[in-house]
Design a protein around this ligand. Structure first.
Ligand SMILES: C[S@@+](CC[C@H](N)C(=O)[O-])C[C@H]1O[C@@H](n2cnc3c(N)ncnc32)[C@H](O)[C@@H]1O
Length: 346
């Protein structure tokens, strides 16, 4: 039932040269030109024919896009800012029997409704395999065939879709975009709207990826660990040495896979949790007691709420901030949110 394989495109290195990105020119981006690597990313993202939509941000010359299509994705929407990639992406869209649609735009400001609209409009066709055409099917096989065809061709409900969001973005915007997406996920906005089940598989500078997945007490525990883990189960999916990118950057990279938790620890907005995490992680080696006193000094009206939080949770206030669970900080953020108390930027 999976559509036929993409016909071969010109070698990706040629595409890069065609679009003026040859090695002797100054690159502003780092690309992956090894299909084994992009296939592994698609596999770690769990792309399958069952997904309603795959959204890839920053496809560039499109090698990861090819891996996503090769993995059987039925609808792929890519968002790319650099118009030099239009011809390559058009070529890929055609080769994929229009399973791919490209939006030329900036992911930081794009209206997500457009992504859902473009995705839902992708017509899903069925291409029978050679064996289906030549071998007569038994009645059970015919029934199975009909069922899987129905599944394959089912329309996309933009409010109840399985969506996979992937991206290898410039490191400078990967973290701000992640925070933006987590906030949207928390409020069920944009592509995260309604009952959509959106997983994310995103590339970061290795050190940032380590911060995102760090457990309590981990050397890299940070504000990003708290924000991400309050909403998602996070997993280090793939570490990539700098050498797989062209040109070779100064730092290594890593891919993190995010699945939304069934029981998010922060219902509603993540803003208060972001403030709490920023305040406490400003002095991550200090004890929770020390940082809580600091907070009570900065926001005297919060004192009774802080006392209540400590009494209810029976938390160990001698633990260092970096050792504390995401749940503990979420419990505090929820209380401050209820009381509408803001934390000053430190
Ligand atoms: C590091 S390259 C990665 C390209 C390709 N995915 C790969 O792995 O080889 C980042 C890509 O993201 C695109 N990009 C950068 N900022 C963007 C933004 N705000 N919105 C959409 N695309 C963006 C760049 O033009 C570039 O094609």
């Amino acid at each position: 039932m999976i559509p036929r394989k993409l016909p071969p495109l010109p070698p990706i290195r040629d595409l890069i040269r065609v679009y003026g990105l040859s090695a002797d020119q100054k690159f502003s981006q780092n690309f992956i030109l090894d299909k084994n690597v992009t296939d592994t990313i698609a596999q770690r993202a769990k792309i399958s024919v069952n997904d309603d939509l795959v959204v890839e941000v920053g496809p560039g010359p499109g090698l990861l896009t090819r891996s996503i299509l090769d993995a059987g994705a039925r609808r792929v929407v890519v968002v790319e800012k650099d118009t030099r990639f239009v011809p390559t992406l058009e070529q890929l869209a055609e080769a994929s029997d229009q399973r791919l649609a490209a939006i030329m735009g900036d992911m930081l400001t794009i209206d997500h409704a457009e992504i859902l609209r473009v995705g839902a409009a992708i017509p899903v066709q069925h291409f029978s395999s050679a064996s289906e055409e030549t071998t007569p099917l038994t009645p059970e096989q015919q029934q199975q065939h009909r069922e899987s065809l129905e599944m394959y061709q089912r329309p996309m409900d933009p409010n109840n879709a399985t969506i996979r969001l992937l991206g290898n973005l410039p490191f400078g915007i990967a973290s701000p975009l992640l925070v933006q997406w987590l906030k949207m996920m928390a409020l069920r906005q944009g592509i995260f709207q309604g009952r959509n089940n959106v997983s994310m598989t995103l590339m970061f500078q290795k050190e940032v990826a380590e911060r995102i997945v760090s457990p309590p007490g981990g050397a890299h525990r940070s504000r990003l660990s708290i924000l991400a883990q309050s909403l998602c189960d996070v997993k280090m999916a793939y570490k990539l040495p700098a050498g797989v990118f062209v040109p070779k950057p100064k730092v290594d990279a890593a891919v993190v896979h995010f699945e939304r938790r069934d029981d998010p620890m922060m219902p509603g907005s993540l803003d208060r949790l972001e403030d709490v995490a920023r305040f406490y992680f400003n002095k991550r080696r200090k004890t929770m007691g020390h940082n809580t006193n600091r907070l009570a000094k900065a926001v005297p009206e919060a004192r009774p709420i802080l006392d209540e939080w400590i009494a209810e949770g029976n938390w160990n206030m001698n633990a260092r901030t970096e050792e504390v669970s995401t749940f503990q900080l979420c419990a505090l953020a929820r209380k401050l949110e209820q009381a509408q108390l803001k934390i000053p930027l430190t």
